[in-house]
Design a protein around this ligand. Structure first.
Ligand SMILES: [Zn+2]
Length: 418
């Protein structure tokens, strides 16, 4: 289908200024023309009149967990949640994700290529997903939630749908799991290299996995022209990750200036996740987490904000991730709201579009509205540069187009009412 998006103000993800009354022409899945409204001929195309709205690149969440929908406490109660429930709730999150204007997510542990196939088949409404598969984690590391005195590790492992972690000890085990993940459709690897908030037997200050183990993951990723992202709250973990060649660090809660410069020098990116810190103290029960996470998350949002600014000043590429967990993930856009208050609304948009696309090595296709790129476009009601709060309200995301297909359109519904 050919489409003409007519008359909106354009934020293209690259330019420093919006342009008013622009028209975008889409043929197939690509943007083929972007010009002032008066100059584009509507020949043989479906026209959407977007006057009064702002069009932007489809948003990207570089730290999603679409499939971590079950009660984590149930890991100690195997069999209490069915695969069908997990699938249904995951698909529901996929739809909510699109409705909030996110056309692409990088899933940072949980789902695998099975979900990608389900969405691509057209049977599930959802974003373009770049899955990591299960996170590679050491015994007793972050996410290893079964009780410490339990002989076996209990965690969901439903190949083709979801698996949160894969405990690996030693270079060979890491290498094998990396190969399994790629075989099941992973587009990058996720490793846990420090303790985490959602853990029961570690500290945020701990480092996890050895540099040698991390190097094995990096080698396997590089063999496939891919990369490794590391969950890291502290600088010792980031230093280990840099030594091993990790390309991206998630959270980065307790960064210091010297480490920020070391990241910049290595060309490593930072993907802060303010939303999860902001919401966890209230949402832990709904997300199926143990109450023990509440004191662990205290102070994380402020510390992460400081780290973000340090990294930005050092010249590190800054991404945007929500790290939302649980069922009905409908606050994905909050990350832009929180980031806008630290950087600026425009820079928050750029972090969640072109910067994320660069981190994911997809910027030749995604992350900005430019001729030749994939037509992932959203139209929002209001001015995101003066009112970034709109990102936290999916009802203000009026049109969502993914790969040239209209996935959401409140425009026609509004018209019918009037
Ligand atoms: Zn996460």
């Amino acid at each position: 289908m050919n489409l003409l998006l007519h008359g909106a103000t354009l934020i293209d993800g690259i330019s420093s200024e919006p342009r008013s009354r622009m028209t975008l022409k889409i043929e197939g899945d690509r943007l083929v023309e972007i010009a002032p409204a008066a100059r584009v001929s509507p020949n043989g195309t479906t026209v959407l009149d977007l006057s009064g709205l702002t069009v932007m690149p489809g948003l990207i969440d570089a730290h999603a967990h679409l499939g971590l929908v079950y009660d984590f406490r149930a890991e100690g109660d195997p069999g209490s949640v069915s695969a069908a429930q997990v699938a249904a709730w995951t698909f529901e999150n996929c739809a909510l994700c699109l409705d909030a204007g996110f056309t692409t997510v990088r899933d940072m542990c949980g789902v695998d290529g099975g979900l990608v196939r389900a969405i691509e088949s057209g049977a599930v409404r959802g974003p373009r997903v770049f899955p990591s598969g299960p996170a590679i984690v050491q015994t007793g590391g972050h996410g290893n939630l079964s009780g410490p005195f339990c002989e076996a590790n209990h965690f969901f492992a439903l190949p083709g749908l979801v698996q949160m972690i894969a405990p690996c000890d030693g270079v060979d085990a890491v290498r094998k799991q990396a190969r399994i993940n790629f075989r099941r459709g992973a587009t990058q690897l996720k490793v846990f290299i420090s303790g985490g908030v959602v853990s029961t037997t570690d500290r945020l200050e701990d480092t996890q996995l050895s540099v040698e183990e991390l190097r094995a993951a990096v080698e396997e990723a590089q063999a496939r022209d891919s990369y490794v992202a590391g969950h890291a709250h502290n600088v010792r973990a980031i230093r280990n990750g840099l030594a091993a060649g990790l390309a991206c660090f998630e959270h980065g809660t307790m960064l210091d200036e010297a480490t920020a410069h070391a990241m910049a020098q290595a060309g490593a990116a930072l993907d802060p996740t303010l939303t999860v810190c902001h919401l966890m103290a209230e949402e832990w029960r709904a997300w199926g987490l143990p109450e023990s996470v509440v004191p662990r998350v205290r102070g994380c949002e402020e510390a992460m904000g400081r780290s973000l600014l340090l990294a930005d000043q050092a010249g590190v590429l800054i991404g945007s991730g929500s790290d939302l967990l649980g069922r009905r993930q409908n606050r994905r856009g909050l990350e832009l709201v929180l980031k806008a208050s630290l950087l600026s609304p425009l820079r928050a948009v750029q972090c969640a579009t072109i910067n994320n696309a660069r981190i994911m090595r997809q910027d030749h296709l995604l992350g900005s509205l430019q001729v030749g790129k994939v037509a992932d476009v959203i139209a929002v009601r209001g001015d995101p540069l003066t009112d970034p709060d709109l990102f936290d309200d999916p009802s203000r995301v009026i049109v969502v187009i993914k790969g040239g297909n209209i996935e959401k359109n409140l425009l026609t519904e509004n018209r019918k009412e009037s």
